[in-house]
Design a binder for this molecule. Structure first.
Ligand SMILES: Cc1cc2nc3c(=O)[nH]c(=O)nc-3n(C[C@H](O)[C@H](O)[C@H](O)COP(=O)(O)OP(=O)(O)OC[C@H]3O[C@@H](n4cnc5c(N)ncnc54)[C@H](O)[C@@H]3O)c2cc1C
Length: 324
């Protein structure tokens, strides 16, 4: 089997979740780096190839051009088509990130390939027959399968698949980037979100606040704890709708799906739409004044307390631990 992986980078930094896709590809291909290739697209991205050494990938197709600096679904689709044509993979993998969710359906249509999205497990390492994906806000886990024998495409949910070290020299091969510009779709402006914060979707620890935060200023309590924990700060939709937090912090069905090792929910009731975005976190801690709050049904550790007392105490204890 041959697997090709779309490797995401943003502002010259590799998305760590792409290494999960490489690990899955390496597993599918029996840890044979010659059977695994990656595609790196952007501006001046060639230096990033060295960071892919030892990740199970034998070859990296590099598409570097000023016109590719910002994500553009039309030109990125064309680059991916060229990489598929050059490598002739059986499987094409990416991550279920905003970019992957936008690029892969268009690409699947262009390549006339079957696409499984947002997988949290893959079935049958031998021939990759399908996978598992959460549906209906996480209420069910559906087994989904490919039909037919063509190219199999999939996007994987970030922070789910274990990383594995592999061989592979990640030898760069320059892709032809001529004629990629498409005037129909141009990026006019890129607005940066909150600077200097840990990316919520990629974070290994997340602390989130709900309606109980009361106002935007009170989120400082969570930021202080996040700093010690090196965590990202998230929010429920109620907190976002009330203007306490920005939309890019929203976790849930209509926000981001997170899958950290540790998720701390502070003053969040545990509505199904919130759970849809964080239920698969490895360890869930809930802090809530209501002992009957639904969030406790998914929590590994529950603290029935006022968050404004519990969180500063937690921060203090964690700081003491990290100082010692
Ligand atoms: C189509 C649709 C999509 C949605 N998408 C999302 C989504 O993506 N994400 C999302 O989060 N929601 C989403 N929602 C909204 C969701 O249904 C809930 O309304 C929302 O999650 C509630 O947010 P909350 O838990 O912060 O607020 P509440 O439900 O009001 O809960 C507040 C909690 O704080 C506790 N509390 C109060 N004071 C304190 C204190 N001092 N210390 C500790 N605990 C305290 C209370 O006991 C309560 O449990 C969606 C709804 C719909 C219909």
């Amino acid at each position: 089997m041959k697997a090709l992986v779309f490797i995401e980078q943003r502002d010259g930094r590799l998305k760590s979740s792409s290494c999960e896709a490489l690990s899955v590809a390496a597993g599918l291909c029996g840890d044979s780096p010659g059977q695994v290739a990656g595609v790196l697209i952007g501006r001046d991205v060639a230096p990033l190839v060295s960071a892919l050494k030892g990740k199970g990938v034998g070859k990296v197709y590099v598409a570097s051009h000023d016109d590719l600096e910002h994500y553009n679904s039309l030109s990125y689709t064309r680059v991916m088509e060229r990489a598929v044509s050059a490598f002739q993979p059986d499987v094409l993998l990416g991550m279920a990130t905003p970019m992957g969710r936008d690029l892969f359906p268009r690409l699947a249509a262009r390549l006339d390939a079957g696409l499984l999205t947002d997988l949290t497990a893959i079935c049958d390492d031998q021939d990759f027959s399908g996978g598992v994906k959460p549906m209906y806000a996480g209420k069910i886990l559906a087994r989904v399968r490919y039909q037919g024998s063509g190219l199999k495409m999939a996007t994987l949910r970030p922070n789910v698949f274990p990383l594995r070290e592999g061989a592979g020299d990640a030898v760069p091969e320059v892709l032809d980037v001529s004629g990629l510009k498409d005037e129909r779709l141009q990026t006019i402006e890129v607005r940066q979100g909150r600077g200097g914060q840990i990316d919520l979707a990629e974070a290994t620890r997340v602390i989130s606040g709900g309606r109980a935060m009361g106002n935007a200023e009170n989120f400082a309590v969570l930021h202080a704890c996040a700093e010690v924990l090196q965590a990202a700060v998230g929010a429920s939709r109620a907190a976002v709708d009330a203007g306490y937090a920005s939309h890019d912090m929203q976790v849930g069905q209509t926000g981001k799906t997170v899958n950290p090792g540790l998720y701390i929910a502070c003053g969040i009731s545990g509505a199904i739409q919130h759970l849809a975005g964080m239920k698969t976190s490895r360890v869930i801690v809930a802090i809530n004044t209501d002992p009957d709050a639904a969030i406790f049904s998914v929590a590994d550790y529950g603290i029935v307390a006022d968050l404004f007392e519990a969180v500063p105490l937690l921060t203090e204890k964690l700081r003491a631990l990290s100082d010692s």
